[in-house]
Design a protein around this ligand. Structure first.
Ligand SMILES: [Zn+2]
Ligand SMILES: [Zn+2]
Length: 262
């Protein structure tokens, strides 16, 4: 996709969880919009999957965190450390890091452990916090991001990304069933929704296939991608469970799967 082309290209980098898996890396999603490269979460293994997707850490323009659980955030430290190697000169464009309230504090605490190993030059990195109690919006050069609080841990937010030509992709991060997702994902072209466990193994703070399908139906999304699969999902018919509540196209995420919108 050249910088002047429209739409959003999504690559699932990690469709797994905290559970080590050769098949499913921990959570991460890449979105390509014009000249921008957006990374949503960076669980362990993300930088290697990025390379497999023919993208380096230096290409990433924006790094968004849905929340700070290690399966979503742990590769932030190696990402910053690698950005400084050998002398930081390989990064030509500034990195914007954005997440819910608490991101600045999270980074400060990481710095209290790692110090200058994870500090980039001031003109190479900025940190932005979204409101995590109310809906929020920030407009960037190639796209706009709307966020909404979701039900998982206190800083958790979901993202709606709108390209400048009006295509939309929503990423829930981790969440339990919450109506804020229905509003955030209204009429979206793509909903990338967590689906941690099969229906019969529902736990607090996470969704199941039929609940994800219910959110997608109520939001009227055009395509639903289920991701964040714990190993128990491999033993059930996740698509059939989701089909009980959603009649549109369902995609079960796999690492390095590409989905083009627009
Ligand atoms: Zn998770
Ligand atoms: Zn989590």
């Amino acid at each position: 996709m050249s910088p002047d082309q429209s739409g959003i290209k999504v690559t699932i980098l990690g469709s797994g969880t905290c559970v080590p898996s050769l098949k499913r890396s921990s959570c991460s999603v890449l979105m390509q919009i014009g000249a921008s490269r957006l990374l949503f979460d960076s669980g362990p293994g993300t930088m290697r999957r990025l390379l497999e997707a023919k993208t380096t850490i230096f290409d990433i323009t924006h790094l968004f965190y849905s929340h700070f659980h290690p399966d979503h955030s742990a590769e932030f430290v190696p990402f910053l450390f690698a950005t400084k190697y050998p002398d930081g000169s390989l990064r030509k464009i500034p990195l914007t890091v954005a997440g819910g309230r608490g991101l600045l504090y999270f980074y400060e605490r990481l710095k209290s452990v790692y110090g200058q190993w994870i500090e980039l030059a001031p003109d190479l990195m900025e940190i932005i916090e979204f409101d995590n109690k109310n809906a929020d919006t920030i407009t960037f050069e190639d796209f706009t991001v709307n966020t909404a609080p979701v039900q998982h841990i206190k800083e958790s937010i979901a993202f709606r990304v709108i390209s400048s030509d009006g295509f939309t992709a929503v990423y829930t991060g981790d969440t339990d069933y919450t109506e804020t997702i229905i509003d955030l994902a209204k009429d979206a072209d793509l909903l990338i929704c967590e689906c941690a466990l099969p229906d019969k193994l529902k736990v607090e703070g996470h969704l199941t296939p039929s609940l994800a399908g219910d959110l997608a139906t109520k939001a009227g999304v055009r395509k639903l991608v289920l991701t964040h699969f714990y190993p128990q999902c491999e033993e059930e018919d996740i698509e059939a469970e989701c089909r009980q509540t959603y009649s549109g196209p369902i995609v079960l995420a796999e690492d390095l799967m590409e989905i083009e919108i627009g």
